[in-house]
Design a protein around this ligand. Structure first.
Ligand SMILES: Cc1ncc(COP(=O)(O)O)c(C=O)c1O
Ligand SMILES: [Zn+2]
Length: 439
C-alpha cells in the first residue's frame, strides 16, 4: 500500500509489513486481462447459489462458498469453518420513515457464529495459519477479534494468545475468549499499546499474527459485499455505511465491491462512507486536515469500546476506498451513538454500540443534504447486541450519559429509555402498569 512493491505469497513476513513499513493487499494475477483464468460471472453466480444447498460445510459457509473470490488456500481441507456468513439483510422501516427515506436496510454481521463481523475474516486467516502449520495464533483486540480468533483456533485444535487493554472491553467478549480456551493477557495499556507489544512478540516467537494487518483477514471480510449484492439480485445499494475503528472492515468491503465490478459481477459500486466516534476520530481528522494524505494518531475515548482505536492500521486502504467510491467520513457524539443504538433495538434488531454509529452517521449525512430520499442505503451492523449488555442496561436506566451529553437528545431519550419497574407480585399492580403503558 505504501510503495507499490509486489511480492509472492511465500515472501510475506510475520509482521505482514513491507520494508517501507506499510501493509500488503492480496491481488490475483489471473484476474487481469480477459484470459481463461478470469472467472466467469454468470457461472459464478449460479454456483454460489447452488452451494447453499450442499451438504459440505465449506460450501454452506458464507465465506467459502465464494472461494473463487479468495483463492488463498493450497488445499481446501485446511478450511476451518463455524458456518459463518449468510447473514440477514433487514429493512429498517421506522428509521427510514423518520429520515424520510424510501429504502434503508441493515446487513447484520453480528449474526455470525461469535456475534461479530470478525468471523468472516477470521475463518480465512486462521485457515491459512493452519495450512502453514502454526501451533499458535495471536491478536491484540478491543474484544471481538479475540472472541472470534479464540473460537476458530479452538475448532482447529490450535492455541491462541490474546492481548487486551485492561478494563476497557465489554465483558461478553472477554467471557468468550476465556470460554474458547485462549491465553488472555490484560495489559496495562490501551488497544494501540497492545498492538505495539504484540509486534514485539511476533518478532521473537513462532506465532501467527491474526490482527487485520494480516491481509488474509481482509479477503474473508470482503465476502459480505458479495452477499449484499447477491441478496439484492446483483444490484448494489447506492450507499454503504460502515463504522470505523482500525479501518479494516471498510477497506475489505471496498475491495469486495471493487473486485466484483472489475470481474463483471456487478455494474457499479456503492459509495462507502465511514463513521467514527468523536472521541476516536483519527480518520475524520486526517481527511479534513490533510485530505487523507497523513494520519496523526489520537488518544482514543469512547464508550463504544470496539472502536476505541487511535492509530488505525488500515487507514491508507480506507482512504483509497473512500476516494474510489466517492464516500464520506463523519463523526458522531456519544449521545448520538446511544440514541441510534436504541432506535435499532426498537426495530427488533439490536446491535452493539460501535455498530450504531452507522445510523447516527446516516442522520448527519441526511441533514447535510449529502443523500437524497430515493437513495438505497445499507448500514453495516458489526456486532450483536448481547456483546455489551452493560451499555444497554445503563442506557435504559439513564446512567450511561452525563447531563451535558444527554441535553441535546433529551426528547429522544424520553421516548426510547425503557427502564424496568420493580413492584409487588400482585395482579392489580401489573394491570395498572399495563394500562399506563398502553396510554
Ligand atoms: C463491533 C465492532 N464494530 C466496528 C469495529 C471496527 O472495525 P474496523 O476495526 O475494521 O474498522 C470493530 C472492531 O474493531 C468492532 O468490534
Ligand atoms: Zn512498501
Amino acid at each position: 500500500m505504501g510503495c507499490a512493491s509486489e511480492i509472492a505469497q511465500e515472501a510475506l513476513r510475520g509482521n505482514f509489513r513491507c520494508a517501507c513499513g506499510d501493509l500488503y493487499e492480496v491481488t490475483y494475477p489471473g484476474w487481469s486481462g480477459a484470459g481463461h483464468t478470469r472467472p466467469n460471472p454468470s457461472a459464478l453466480r449460479w454456483l454460489w447459489r447452488e452451494r447453499r444447498m450442499s451438504g459440505e460445510a465449506a460450501d454452506r459457509s458464507g465465506v467459502w462458498r465464494f472461494r473463487e473470490m479468495l483463492p488463498i488456500l493450497k488445499d481446501e481441507r485446511s478450511i476451518v469453518s463455524l458456518g459463518e456468513g449468510n447473514t440477514p439483510l433487514f429493512e429498517l422501516p421506522r428509521s427510514a420513515d423518520r429520515l424520510g427515506m424510501t429504502l434503508l436496510r441493515a446487513k447484520h454481521q453480528g449474526m455470525n457464529p461469535t456475534g461479530s463481523f470478525k468471523d468472516a475474516g477470521m475463518t480465512a486467516a486462521l485457515s491459512v495459519a493452519k495450512e502453514r502449520r502454526f501451533a499458535w495464533v495471536a491478536c491484540a483486540s478491543t474484544g471481538n477479534t479475540s472472541a472470534s480468533m479464540a473460537a476458530y483456533a479452538a475448532r482447529a485444535g490450535m492455541r491462541s494468545l490474546v492481548l487486551l487493554p485492561e478494563g476497557r472491553i465489554a465483558w461478553g467478549k472477554l467471557a468468550q475468549a476465556m470460554d474458547y480456551g485462549a491465553l488472555v493477557l490484560q495489559l496495562k495499556t490501551d488497544f494501540d499499546g497492545c498492538v505495539r507489544v504484540l509486534a514485539g512478540v511476533v518478532e521473537r516467537a513462532p506465532v501467527c499474527l491474526l490482527n487485520s494487518v494480516n491481509p488474509y483477514r481482509i479477503e474473508g471480510q470482503k465476502t459480505p459485499a458479495l452477499e449484499i449484492a447477491e441478496q439484492m439480485e446483483w444490484e448494489v445499494p447506492d450507499h454503504l455505511i460502515v463504522p470505523g475503528g482500525n479501518l479494516a472492515n471498510s477497506s475489505a468491503l471496498g475491495k469486495g465491491f471493487l473486485e466484483m465490478k472489475r470481474l463483471g459481477l456487478t455494474a457499479r459500486v456503492p459509495r462507502i462512507s465511514v463513521i467514527q466516534a468523536e472521541g476516536a476520530n483519527p480518520l475524520v481528522r486526517a481527511m479534513r486536515e490533510t485530505g487523507g494524505e497523513r494520519l496523526e494518531p489520537v488518544e482514543a475515548q469512547t464508550r463504544a469500546s470496539a472502536i476505541r482505536i487511535g492509530n488505525p492500521a488500515s487507514w491508507r486502504k480506507a482512504v483509497q476506498v473512500i476516494r474510489e467510491t466517492g464516500g464520506f467520513v463523519e463523526q458522531v457524539s456519544e449521545a448520538e451513538i446511544a440514541v441510534a443504538k436504541a432506535e435499532i433495538g426498537a426495530e427488533g434488531i439490536g446491535c452493539e454500540p460501535a455498530s450504531a454509529v452507522t445510523l447516527a452517521g446516516l442522520k448527519k449525512l441526511r441533514q447535510q443534504g449529502k443523500m437524497t430520499a430515493e437513495e438505497s442505503v445499507v448500514l453495516l451492523l458489526t456486532g450483536h447486541t448481547l456483546k455489551d449488555s452493560d451499555y444497554t442496561i445503563q442506557f435504559h436506566r439513564g446512567d450511561l450519559l452525563t447531563e451535558p451529553e444527554s441535553a441535546p437528545v433529551a426528547a429522544e431519550l424520553g421516548t426510547l429509555c425503557r427502564n424496568t419497574v420493580e413492584m409487588e407480585a400482585r395482579v392489580d399492580d401489573v394491570l395498572r402498569e399495563l394500562e399506563r403503558a398502553g396510554r
